[in-house]
Write a protein that binds this ligand. Structure first.
Ligand SMILES: Nc1ncnc2c1ncn2[C@@H]1O[C@H](COP(=O)(O)OP(=O)(O)OP(=O)(O)O)[C@@H](O)[C@H]1O
Ligand SMILES: [Mg+2]
Length: 260
């Protein structure tokens, strides 16, 4: 069964069609890549999945459920969480508190319990602290747990955003350019980490990236968009050899990297 299914999805902003009749299915446990030039409509697709934007035409289903007229927090509660192209952390909180705050979604103690700090509260808080510890260790952030988010190097902020998205216990994780600003070594480490969290947490992952080494190395299948229009779909090997993709995107990306 597909985890996520887009059927003929279109999004228009006034006269601009940002996403034009896009359809794809993501299978359970898959790492699925979404690539294309700047302005191709990739982030718009994330914003449609997470109900930040409403769909103009078409339909998105998560398992068998239609994602219609839901609020972004309801989408997160169903099991879809994301990171943002422009990092959105609680900048003044420590790395630890950024993750712990997200873990609180699974707490169910009463306000009374939290005031007297007894019973269920104490028991559950210990559980949430343990979960925060585990996530920080998993993401290689344990040594930075007491550092205020805005003081972390950029690459670690990106990883902290992933840790926070994982704290909500997603089934489907959406990553919008998780390697942006990372050097090649950090990017390769991130690739390993994405594989590891997929295995350990039994996740399905949808990832947008311009780093082609990462995309080609980690994805099972890739969907290519160009000006909102589907351009190609296939395995990394098929995409790398696709003439349309090379012309519209991959050739340009290589030149960008060569130019620094
Ligand atoms: N809220 C909005 N209102 C109007 N136009 C928008 C809005 N959001 C996105 N767009 C337009 O939709 C198109 C697709 O934008 P989108 O951000 O999805 O591209 P992208 O593929 O994520 O690009 P990049 O690789 O640069 O992040 C662009 O032309 C953009 O200007
Ligand atoms: Mg984008």
């Amino acid at each position: 069964m597909s985890v996520l299914s887009l059927k003929n999805v279109t999004k228009r902003f006034g006269g601009l069609t940002a996403v034009d009749n896009v359809s794809f299915d993501i299978e359970q446990g898959e790492i699925f890549g979404l690539i294309g030039p700047n302005g191709a409509g990739k982030t718009t697709i994330f914003n449609l999945i997470t109900s930040i934007y409403s769909i103009t035409e078409g339909q998105i289903c998560f398992y068998d459920q239609k994602l219609e007229r839901l609020k972004p927090f309801e989408i997160a509660n169903m099991g879809i969480t994301r990171t943002f192209q422009n990092i959105r952390l609680f900048k003044k909180l420590t790395a630890y508190d950024n993750v712990l705050t997200a873990c609180h979604r699974s707490a169910d103690y009463s306000i009374f319990n939290s005031i007297i700090r007894f019973g269920k509260f104490k028991y559950q808080e210990r559980g949430l602290n343990r979960k925060t510890d585990e996530l920080l260790k998993l993401m290689g952030l344990w040594d930075y747990k007491d550092i205020v988010a805005s003081n972390l190097p950029y690459g670690l902020q990106r990883k902290l955003e992933i840790a926070r998205a994982l704290a909500l216990e997603p089934k489907l994780l959406l990553l919008d350019e998780p390697a942006a600003g990372m050097n090649p070594e950090e990017t390769m480490q991130l690739m390993e980490l994405i594989r590891e969290i997929r295995e350990k947490l039994n996740l399905t992952v949808l990832i947008i990236e311009h780093h082609m080494d990462l995309i080609m190395g980690v994805c099972d299948r890739i969907f290519v968009l160009n000006f909102g229009i589907p351009l190609a779909f296939g395995t990394p090997k098929e995409i790398q050899e696709d003439k349309k993709v090379i012309e519209a995107y991959l050739g340009k990306e290589e030149r960008n990297y060569a130019e620094g």
